[in-house]
Design a protein around this ligand. Sequence first.
Ligand code: NAP
Length: 241
Amino acid sequence: MKYALVTGGSRGIGRSICLQLASMGFPVVINYNSNRTAAEETLKAIEEAGGHGELLPFDVSDSKSVDAALDGWSERHPDDYIDVLVNNAGIRQDTLMVFMQNEQWDQVMGTNLNGFFYTTRRLLKDMLTHRHGRIINMTSLSGLKGLPGQANYAASKAAIIGATKALAQEVGARKVTVNAVAPGFINTDMTQGIDEATHKTLIPLGRFGKPEEVAALVGFLASEQAAYITGETISVNGGLY
Ligand code: NAP
């Protein structure tokens, strides 16, 4: 069986992506870090819609945790492999660089960038062996244009775009595609402290986006219809640049 793995599938955009991929017939491996209750809600929503899923907690920023969880999954699923990987887990710790502590830099890089590397490296070999795969990386408007107070976050997300382009060229011959999705402001826990009323005046479509509007693009990139798209970064941002 071909599975899909969504890192940070417990909440927000990741939860919507889990539901989208499950509706396309993929059994979904729902990763989360610490919020088991939220991850169980994602699984319940998948099952209520007639899909299949399972929980797989690990900390994407810890390579040993990533390898141990995915080795365990492979042992429990000798006949299955993960065909679709969505590197969605992410955090932000905003502050002006002049005040930024080493930990704020390292933690954001650890989750957003190292997490992509550890998880993708572990799952690539299976995709290359099966000569098929989809890797979809969650970047951000901040990684494209930079936003003040987000030097750490913007650097991590810009790096994801560079890695997406490089990896796409490494693995294209084996029919593995690698793309990035760049949301603008999307209503989730991550944007809870951001005032929509103030910011929406800057957005041509006049509102924040919904997680399912990001998930729809991820679903398309995971589908066979997107077989000839690779190395791209596609924005879902209501026209805000
Ligand atoms: P969110 O609601 O804050 O959810 C974050 C998710 O990431 C949770 O499932 C969380 O798991 C997981 N996570 C965090 N650290 C992790 C770790 N070390 N290991 C494994 N999982 C971890 O965020 P969101 O708004 O849905 O954002 C999802 C992605 O989209 C992120 O990469 C974010 O940077 C990007 N993005 C979001 C926006 C936006 O406006 N919301 C805009 C641009 C880009 P737990 O539940 O266990 O904590």
